[in-house]
Design a protein around this ligand. Structure first.
Ligand SMILES: [Zn+2]
Ligand SMILES: [Zn+2]
Length: 231
């Protein structure tokens, strides 16, 4: 792990991260909506006042990544960055369940289609209007962070990652580090293209990523990921 004091706030199954900058913090993702109060309790516990969050980068608009976002925006007054292709999903609160890349995940997708009413009730989130729309790599220097946002498609077409200058990459759901539905280690069983997720991870390594912070599971280093994908 490289030198950068990252705070992790676990919201159920989703890890959110706070990255320090010149004058505050960059937040990666929000969790499911039920974790709003818990998020603010955790912030208080680690000693970060809400107004210190300057920018929230949403890796993609799935309910387990944006549920607390409007509450965070209201309380922290931070800007929200999202891929331009997912801005309408965020501002309308539209729930999307991703397709599966493996059979068990495809089955889950099929079942959520059958049980639409139940799924949409569990997966709803409060809409939030984004402030920064991203469709190409951008520097976050003007927001006070030595980091870039890099589009990393695969889990969704508009998936984004944040890569800091010391090589920490916050990758949302293009990689995971927990067994989900029998998938290979580090491989997300959900997404529109497993190949695109792999290509996005390779691109991050080419851009300088040394350590990965997924939204689901513990961080891992690039050499472990490379060893796994070459097996
Ligand atoms: Zn997702
Ligand atoms: Zn997720």
């Amino acid at each position: 792990m490289t030198a950068e004091r990252i705070h992790t706030i676990l919201l159920g199954n989703t890890r959110t991260y706070l990255i320090p900058g010149r004058d505050g913090f960059l937040l990666i993702d929000g969790g499911h909506r039920v974790w709003g109060n818990w998020f603010f309790r955790c912030l208080a516990k680690i000693g970060v006042p809400p107004h210190q969050i300057r920018l929230a980068v949403i890796t993609h608009v799935h309910f387990d990544h944006v549920g607390t976002l409007q509450a965070v925006k209201n309380c922290c007054g931070c800007k929200v960055a999202v891929h331009s292709s997912e801005a309408a999903l965020l501002s309308s609160g539209r729930v999307v369940i991703p397709p599966g890349t493996l059979f068990p995940a495809r089955l889950v997708k099929w079942m959520t289609g059958r049980l639409e009413k139940m799924t949409s009730r569990f997966c709803t989130f409060e809409p939030a209007v984004p402030d920064v729309l991203v469709s190409t790599p951008i520097s976050l220097e003007k927001h006070g962070f030595n980091a870039r946002i890099i589009p990393t498609p695969g889990h969704t077409i508009g998936s984004l990652s944040v890569l800091t200058s010391v090589g920490n990459a916050f990758v949302g759901d293009i990689a995971v580090n927990m067994p989900i539905l029998g998938g290979q280690r580090y491989t997300s069983p959900f997404g529109y293209s497993a190949r695109a997720m792999t290509a996005s991870m390779e691109n991050l390594i080419k851009e300088g990523a040394r350590y990965f912070y997924p939204a689901h599971g513990r961080p891992f280093d690039a050499t472990a990921w490379l060893a796994q994908t070459r097996d």
